[in-house]
Design a protein around this ligand. Structure first.
Ligand SMILES: CC(C)(COP(=O)(O)OP(=O)(O)OC[C@H]1O[C@@H](n2cnc3c(N)ncnc32)[C@H](O)[C@@H]1OP(=O)(O)O)[C@@H](O)C(=O)NCCC(=O)NCCS
Length: 384
């Protein structure tokens, strides 16, 4: 290798793309912290998503009074124009909710395209998107279920608003607590994951926050990233019977099928988020229910896949058990990833702010060219 031919790192494995103080993923220890606080502490009963909004933006845990202010601020920021609401309902019924969310988010953008002039508003615009994207998920769910629009209530938490709008039911305290924990757990995962990296790449072109967020939603939609929560539950539904799970998973692994919810680029032990989610599963899954069967299947997947792949550093990730908890909360399967997106909007927007504060140089990596060099052009009538 010479200095002129840099070596390729497929998937940019091990290549730092930013300096960041938002969250830390410690792959060998199986630890995730936000601004130094462990996700186990941040998902204790009583902690709300609003607290984590303050923590990620302001680097400190907020007082109770400040959390109330944030809750009111998010409520005020949820307001949409009649056109935005009508379009979100219309597209919500047309396509997968993740794509509807991506389109509806892009349509929140202003009529000008000159964000550099507006950089001092980066936090305000980010908070507005955190408020609105959660609201949009609720609107899309109501439209898909054929229910009339019933928007945010004064004083309700982000978790309560989303769960109520998505399920069409008033959530219990236990369900609201689980929803808070799920929103917190998925709010950030360092700068290097595919969707946050996307958010940073789009930020680097000085794009508006809505363009940043819509692009990141697209990156999150894929089954190798956020879409794995939906894919894993669909797999468990397809397996159907917990008694047949072991034999089917063995066969899938023989066929080199990639089990959704398993494996991770950075964690080579069990993902700490999956342990928190298993605690939530104990709290919300009713014994004897359909979700209890699906959870049994997930446990069999963990056992068989760990026996076969654990020695290679492959273990359950956040998506192996999250679908079972979402299902137990009454959330339709195709809304698992949109909820993830609403939660991760917080991380994307905090990374956008951090990147502007650290210079925001445009991403312009290089390539290793493998094509033809300098060929003679032949006019069309002389080609045989
Ligand atoms: C997360 C993921 C994309 C990481 O990808 P990566 O770091 O590029 O790792 P690779 O896909 O190259 O996998 C490395 C090896 O482990 C195997 N492997 C990885 N994940 C696997 C899985 N879920 N099931 C079975 N085998 C798996 C691969 O087949 C590959 O084996 P090989 O070396 O024999 O070809 C990958 O583990 C995956 O696709 N998991 C399922 C999707 C998922 O749950 N995504 C959510 C992540 S939070």
């Amino acid at each position: 290798m010479t200095l002129d031919t840099p070596s390729l790192s497929p998937g940019l494995e091990g290549v730092p793309i930013a300096e960041s103080s938002v969250s830390l993923v410690e792959g060998e220890a199986g630890r995730l912290t936000y601004r130094g606080y462990s996700i186990e502490d941040l998902t204790q009963p009583g902690v709300t998503f609003e607290e984590v909004v303050a923590l990620l933006y302001e680097s400190e845990l907020p007082t109770g009074t400040h959390v109330d202010e944030i809750r009111r601020h998010l409520h005020d920021q949820r307001v949409l124009t009649p056109d935005q609401l009508a379009v979100a309902r219309q597209i919500g019924a047309m396509t997968h909710p993740m794509f509807a969310l991506q389109a509806a988010t892009a349509l929140l953008a202003p009529s000008d395209n000159d964000f550099e002039r507006k950089v001092p508003t980066v936090q305000e615009r980010g908070l507005s998107l955190v408020a609105k994207v959660g609201h949009l998920v609720g609107i899309i769910a109501q439209a898909r279920a054929g229910r009339p629009y019933d928007g945010p209530w004064v004083g309700e938490s982000h978790a309560h608003m989303m769960l109520r709008m998505i399920t069409g039911r008033q959530p219990s305290r236990e369900h609201e607590r689980a929803m808070n924990a799920l929103l917190i757990l998925q709010a950030d995962h360092s700068a290097g994951n595919a969707s946050t990296f996307t958010a940073r790449v789009v930020t680097s072109s000085k794009a508006e926050p809505e363009a940043v967020c819509a692009a990141a939603i697209g990156a999150l939609s894929g089954p190798a990233h956020g879409g794995a929560n939906e894919a894993s539950l669909r797999l468990f539904q397809q397996i159907g019977d917990p008694k047949r799970a072991e034999e089917q998973i063995q066969r899938m692994l023989d066929d080199k099928f990639k089990i959704p919810g398993f494996g991770h680029r950075v964690y080579h032990v069990k993902d700490p988020r999956s342990k928190v989610i298993q605690q939530l599963a104990k709290e919300v899954i009713v014994p004897g229910s359909r979700e209890a069967d699906l959870y049994d299947i997930a446990l069999t997947v963990e056992k068989v896949a760990t026996e076969r792949l654990g020695a290679r550093g492959l273990y359950p990730n956040v998506d192996l058990f999250s679908g079972c908890v979402f299902a137990a909360l009454g959330i339709p399967t195709d809304f698992f990833t949109p909820i993830f997106a609403a939660s991760r909007t917080l991380g994307w927007m905090v990374h956008m702010k951090e990147q502007w504060e650290s210079g925001n140089r445009i991403f312009r990596p290089t390539q290793i060219y493998t094509g033809e060099e300098h060929r003679d052009f032949m006019p069309i009538d002389r080609r045989s």
